[in-house]
Write a protein that binds this ligand. Structure first.
Ligand SMILES: C[S@@+](CC[C@H](N)C(=O)[O-])C[C@H]1O[C@@H](n2cnc3c(N)ncnc32)[C@H](O)[C@@H]1O
Length: 362
C-alpha cells in the first residue's frame, strides 16, 4: 500500500475546514487542544499505575483507587470524570473501569512514556529554545530511555535479533551503549541462555531503571551495568571482548552532543579496541521532506513529532545515506541492512545495520 493511501484521515488538523458558523469553526479549531490534554491525561493514567487498576475485571471505586495509590480524592475524581466524558473509562455501579476505547491504548504505553513523559517538557520549551542565543530544551532522560526501549520491544529489538543472526560464529556476548532501561539486554538474555551482556547508560534515571529491570528479571549475574557515556566507557578496561556492540538510536545523540568528530571517535574506539567486533546500529532515516511518506498514519502520529524534538534537545538526525558514508569513512563495512517488520511499521523509516571492520583489500 502506498503511503498516500495510508494517510491519517482523522489527524488533528484535517477537521479544520474553512467556513461554517462561529461555534462550528471554534470547535474544529480547538481539536488540537482537546488532543493535547487527552494525551497528557492518558500518559498520567499509565504513569500513576491507574491504567492497570482500571484494567481489572471489576470496576474500582474512586475511594479505593485513591487509597491504593495515595492520591487526592477530589483531583482523582476530576481526572476520572474527564476520561469518562472522553470515552476512555466507564462509570459503572461499582466504580470506574477502562472502556473498550481505553483498553485499546494499552500497547501504546511506551509511545506515551517517551513522547509525553520524556519530551512534553521539551515541546513546551520550543518558544524559548527557538531563540538563537537559547540553550537546548530539557527532557526527562529516564522516561526517554524507558519509553524508547518499550517502543524498541516492538520494532528495534526484533530487528537487532535478526541482525545478530548474521554474525558469523554467533553472538555470545554483547555490549549495549546507551542501553536505556536495559530492556534489549534483558529480552536477549531471556531468549539466549548463554548470552553475557554489558549495558552502558549515562542518564541517572535511565541507569536506575536498568538496575531495577535487571534485578526484577533475576539477570544480575549476566548483565553488568555502568553509568557512563559511550566515549567514557570505551576508555575503560573491559574484561574480555564482546562479539557485538549495539548502538540503538544513540549515534544521533552523540552527533548532537559531540559533533561529527565525536561519532568518528566513538566508532574508531570501538574497532580499535575490539578489531573482530560486529556493530549493530539502529537509526531513524530523517526523511522529513518525503511529503507523501510523511502523510502516512504512523509518520504523522509518531515520526513528525519525533523529528521535531531532536534539534531542540541537542540531537541530530541524519538521512540513511549520511550514516552509510560515515560508516565507510570510519573503515566499517555494511554486512547487512534491514528494516522493521512492515506489519509493525510500514514507513521504512527505521533502519538497522550490521557492520564489521572493512577488510584491508576492497
Ligand atoms: C533514544 S534512547 C535509546 C534507548 C535504547 N538504546 C533503544 O534503542 O531504545 C537514547 C539513549 O542513549 C543515551 N545516551 C545519550 N547520550 C549518550 C552518549 N553520549 N553515550 C551513550 N548513551 C547516550 C540516552 O540517555 C538514552 O537512554
Amino acid at each position: 500500500m502506498k503511503a498516500s493511501e495510508r494517510s491519517a484521515s482523522s489527524d488533528a488538523t484535517s477537521t479544520v475546514a474553512i467556513g461554517g458558523a462561529f461555534e462550528d469553526r471554534l470547535v474544529r479549531a480547538l481539536q488540537p487542544i482537546r488532543r493535547f490534554v487527552l494525551a497528557i491525561a492518558i500518559y498520567q493514567l499509565f504513569d500513576s499505575g491507574l491504567f492497570k487498576d482500571l484494567a481489572q475485571s471489576r470496576p474500582v471505586s474512586t475511594h479505593e483507587l485513591a487509597r491504593r495509590r495515595g492520591l487526592d480524592y477530589e483531583r482523582l475524581d476530576a481526572l476520572l470524570r474527564y476520561l469518562r466524558n472522553e470515552g476512555i473509562v466507564l462509570q459503572l455501579e461499582g466504580g470506574f473501569a477502562l472502556a473498550p476505547l481505553g483498553e485499546a491504548f494499552a500497547e501504546a504505553e511506551p509511545w506515551y512514556t517517551m513522547l509525553v513523559g520524556g519530551y512534553a517538557e521539551s515541546f513546551l520549551q520550543i518558544g524559548r529554545a527557538l531563540r538563537s542565543d537559547a540553550d537546548a530544551a530539557t527532557r526527562n532522560g529516564a522516561k526517554v530511555g524507558v519509553g524508547s526501549c518499550g517502543i524498541s520491544h516492538y520494532d528495534a529489538i526484533p530487528l537487532t535479533r535478526e541482525l545478530m543472526n548474521g554474525i558469523p560464529g554467533g553472538c555470545r556476548s554483547i555490549l549495549d551503549l546507551g542501553c536505556g532501561n536495559a530492556l534489549y539486554l534483558s529480552e536477549l538474555c531471556g531468549e539466549i541462555p548463554s548470552l553475557e551482556a554489558w549495558g552502558v547508560e549515562p542518564d541517572e534515571g535511565g541507569y536506575q531503571a536498568a538496575i531495577e529491570l535487571v534485578k526484577e528479571r533475576g539477570l544480575e549475574g549476566r548483565i553488568r551495568l555502568a553509568r557512563s557515556t559511550a566515549a567514557e566507557f570505551l576508555q575503560r578496561d573491559l574484561v574480555g571482548a564482546p562479539d557485538a556492540v549495539v548502538l540503538g538510536f544513540v549515534l544521533h545523540e552523540i552527533l548532537g552532543q559531540e559533533g561529527e568528530h565525536g561519532v568518528e571517535l566513538a566508532l574508531a574506539r570501538i574497532v580499535d579496541r575490539f578489531p573482530a567486533i560486529h556493530l549493530i546500529v539502529i537509526e531513524v532515516d530523517w526523511r522529513v521532506d518525503d511529503l507523501p511518506e510523511m502523510q502516512s498514519g504512523l509518520a504523522l502520529a509518531y515520526y513528525n513529532p519525533y523529528f521535531l524534538f531532536h534539534p531542540f534537545t541537542r540531537q541530530r538526525l541524519q538521512r540513511a545515506d549520511y550514516w552509510e558514508r560515515k560508516f565507510r569513512d570510519c573503515g566499517l563495512e555494511i554486512v547487512d541492512k534491514r528494516f522493521v517488520d512492515p506489519a509493525v511499521d510500514s514507513t521504512g523509516l527505521e533502519v538497522g545495520y550490521l557492520l564489521s571492520k572493512a577488510s584491508a583489500v576492497q
